[in-house]
Every structure is written in structure tokens, then in C-alpha cells.
Ligand binder design. Structure first.
Ligand code: NIG
Ligand code: FE
Length: 410
């Protein structure tokens, strides 16, 4: 028996520039072994020989979404800040008053491991139901070595327990703790936190919030270079609220991604493209801040394949890649196909996944979604509505809200 045959799809999006009408996908040992027209795939891999037989019945099949930027592990409730922002308070003002990230830090320090893990698993359930099969989750609400390590341990535990693949990023340099000096805290991150995180061995990436009033370009450089010395691949929050120079820094240190980029220039875009840094665009953040969107054309024209992600966090409360795609199209002017590619292959590039993740090409993980609609366009077109009915992870059905899926005959 092989794992799965998904057949009769109105279209299969196999990867950027590759799709099949009346398509099918076969998965064996967790990996895609065939993709193409249903006739050809089912001749070689008859559905009756598969554990999971999915009749897509004319509906669209896409790679699972790769959400490459979230702060999905948190505690507490900041819904009142939503109202404050609508009344005109800025994100920076809320943070300067000890709210925002610092408020979540207090809640995380007080929360039990069980509570934190339970909440994260709940968010992963929501993500999975909306078609996300790989997600990056950052620490950064601990801001001391013990709590940062605790957060990474919980991210790791969630990865072990949940079908969604969870990629851990260390972000001790997410904010300067109350009453501390930025320079002083930067030294703590470098001398204490990064060595402890490397020793723990969970985090793959090291991220920093390079922003006016948070970490300067020089402080961010020190953090990212210390991370590199300890085997952590750099990522950077760059040009989110102001233009400071984080994108250039990301290019200089060879970051996997530079994220946000609302205030990036054409020169920044060229530098990222030349350095092979993936720009990660987060339209949900601009939407919830009431800010101007990033300009995907800047990066696409420069030759950098972009990623689109949710930035799910207490300031941007959506786990839905479908909603991010609606905003990418309507808010940022992306073509629907470019947006879907950015949410799949683009996300995998931002996470340095070189194994075909984010595509359904032969050899890629068997991570895919079946919509309740004939075309991928329905994902951004049906904003605020989940069009994902069935999700397969490594060839196994892990979410199913549809009667068309039947288990194998044996
Ligand atoms: O990516 N910009 C910094 N970090 C997050 C916000 C986190 C928070 O407000 O809790 C972001 O938008
Ligand atoms: Fe972020």
C-alpha cells in the first residue's frame, strides 16, 4: 500500500509555474512520487492501492501553506489594544507605555507550561484547518534566558505532538525589557541567551526586531552575528514601522529572510535579491495597524521570490493564510497565483527548506490541501471564509471536513 492518491482535481498547483488540469498526486513513504494528469498518475498508482483515497471531484489541490512568520506562542489577552489603536494610539506608543509585547511578556512569565502548550496546540489546530502544514513560531515573550528556553521547549513539544511541522526561532531580541537599557540587554542576549539557546539545541533561527526605539542596526548586527557563531541562521524584522537599515543588514549577514519591509526602498529590494534573502511580507500586520502595505512589486522586480505569512501574534490576531492571501491580493496588489506561490514555495524559502516543501513536485513532502472550490483563486477571493476542506500531512489525512475522502478498502 502507498500512503495516498488524490485524484480528479479540477487543478493541481504543483509549484510556481506548474499546474495540471484534471490532476492527481500520489504519495508514498510521506513523499510525492507522482503528480500530473489523473489518467497518468492513477495508471501507475491505482487509488485502491492507497491507504487514503481522495476523490477531489473537480476541486483544487494545493501544496499545504507554509506560514513562515508567527509569534504563535503567547499568553494573555490584548484585545483592548485593538480598540485603543482604532482610537488613534500607535503601536509604538502602546509599547512605550509598557503594553504590547511587554504586556505579553508579563503574561507568558506567569503562565504555566501546560497552559502555554495547550494554547499553542489550539492555534495549530486552527492553522491546520485553514491549510497550514508548516509554521514558524518565535520565542521572544520571555526576554530572559530561562523564559526564552522555556518557550523554545514548548514549541518543540508542540512540534512533537501536532501534525503541523513547527519550526522554532529564537527571538530574545524582540523588545527591551522594562527598566533595561537596550545596549545592556543586547549584551545579555549575546553573552547569556544565545549560548544557552545553542546548548539547548532546539532553535534553528535567530531573529531580531531592528526598529527605532527597539534594537539599532548595530545592536541587531551584534545579535545576528553572535547567533551565526552559535549555528543559528539569521532572520530580521526590518523596516516595519520606520526605515532604519535592517534590510541591508539582513543582506550583509546572509539572513534566511527579512520580514515586514513596509518602508523598504528599491535599493533594499536589490540588496536582498542579490544576497538571496527571502522578503517575507505580512499584509495582516499592515491591515491591523492601519498602515500602508509593503510593495511586493519592488521585490518581484528586483528578482527576489517573496513569501507571504500571517504574523499571527496578539497584535495581528489571525491564524489564517487564506486571509493573508486576500490581503496580499487586495491590499498589496499581488496576482492570486503569485500570492499562492508566496504562501507555499516562498514560505519554504524563508525557512531554508530545500526539500521541495511548499510544492507538490516529485520528492516533496506529501503536504497538501483540497479546497471546496474548483480553483486556487477562491482562497483570496472568498475573504474571511475558509475554503480548505481536507489536509494531508506526509501523505496522511490529518484534517477532514468533507465527505469525499474514504479510507482504503483494507
Ligand atoms: O512581527 N514587530 C514585532 N513583533 C511582532 C509583534 C508582536 C506583538 O505585538 O506582540 C510583529 O508584528
Ligand atoms: Fe514578527
Amino acid at each position: 500500500m502507498i500512503d495516498a492518491v488524490v485524484h480528479g482535481a479540477g487543478e493541481v498547483i504543483a509549484g510556481p509555474g506548474e499546474s495540471y488540469a484534471d490532476g492527481a498526486v500520489a504519495v508514498e513513504d510521506g513523499r510525492v512520487v507522482a503528480v500530473g494528469p489523473t489518467d497518468a498518475v492513477t495508471r501507475e498508482y491505482p487509488p485502491e492501492n492507497a491507504v487514503e483515497q481522495v476523490d477531489a471531484d473537480g476541486r483544487a489541490v494545493l501544496p499545504g501553506f507554509v506560514d513562515a512568520h508567527t509569534h504563535g506562542l503567547f499568553a494573555g489577552d490584548r484585545s483592548d489594544e485593538f480598540g485603543a489603536k482604532l482610537r488613534g494610539k500607535t503601536y509604538g506608543e502602546i509599547l512605550a507605555e509598557g503594553g504590547g509585547i511587554l504586556r505579553t511578556v508579563r503574561a507568558v512569565r506567569e503562565a504555566s507550561d501546560e497552559r502555554l502548550l495547550g494554547d499553542l496546540l489550539g492555534h495549530l489546530d486552527t492553522m491546520l484547518a485553514h491549510g497550514t502544514t508548516t509554521v514558524e513560531v518565535k520565542s521572544g515573550y520571555g526576554l530572559d534566558a530561562a523564559t526564552e528556553l522555556r518557550m523554545l521547549g514548548i514549541v518543540d513539544a508542540a512540534d512533537a505532538r501536532h501534525p503541523v511541522d513547527v519550526v522554532p526561532t529564537f527571538m530574545g531580541a524582540h523588545a527591551v525589557p522594562g527598566g533595561r537599557d537596550a545596549e545592556d540587554y543586547t549584551t545579555e542576549v549575546i553573552d547569556e541567551q544565545i549560548p544557552a539557546v545553542a546548548e539547548q539545541g532546539i532553535a534553528a533561527f535567530c531573529d531580531v526586531f531592528c526598529e527605532e526605539g527597539v534594537f539599532s542596526v548595530e545592536q541587531s548586527r551584534r545579535v545576528l552575528e553572535a547567533g551565526i557563531e552559535h549555528g543559528l541562521t539569521p532572520k530580521i524584522h526590518a523596516e516595519e514601522l520606520t526605515h532604519l537599515g535592517g534590510a541591508r543588514l539582513g543582506a550583509e549577514v546572509g539572513a534566511a529572510s527579512a520580514d515586514h519591509l513596509l518602508h523598504a526602498t528599491d535599493e533594499d529590494a536589490a540588496a536582498l535579491a542579490a544576497a538571496g534573502v527571502t522578503p517575507v511580507l505580512l499584509p495582516g500586520t499592515a491591515f491591523s495597524l492601519g498602515a500602508e502595505y509593503a510593495d511586493p512589486g519592488q521585490f518581484i522586480d528586483a528578482g527576489a521570490p517573496v513569501a507571504v505569512a500571517t504574523d499571527f501574534n496578539p497584535n495581528c490576531h489571525s491564524q489564517s493564510m487564506g486571509m493573508a492571501l486576500a490581503l496580499a491580493c487586495v491590499g498589496m496588489g499581488m496576482a492570486p497565483r503569485d500570492a499562492v506561490d508566496a504562501a507555499t514555495r516562498g514560505g519554504a524559502l524563508a525557512l531554508d527548506r530545500e526539500d521541495g516543501t511548499g510544492t507538490l513536485t516529485v520528492g516533496a513532502p506529501g503536504d497538501l490541501v483540497v479546497l471546496d472550490a474548483p480553483s486556487y483563486v477562491h482562497v483570496p477571493y472568498s475573504f474571511g471564509v475558509n475554503r480548505v476542506t481536507t489536509v494531508l500531512k506526509d501523505g496522511a489525512v490529518v484534517h477532514n471536513a468533507d465527505g469525499h475522502v474514504s479510507a482504503g478498502s483494507t
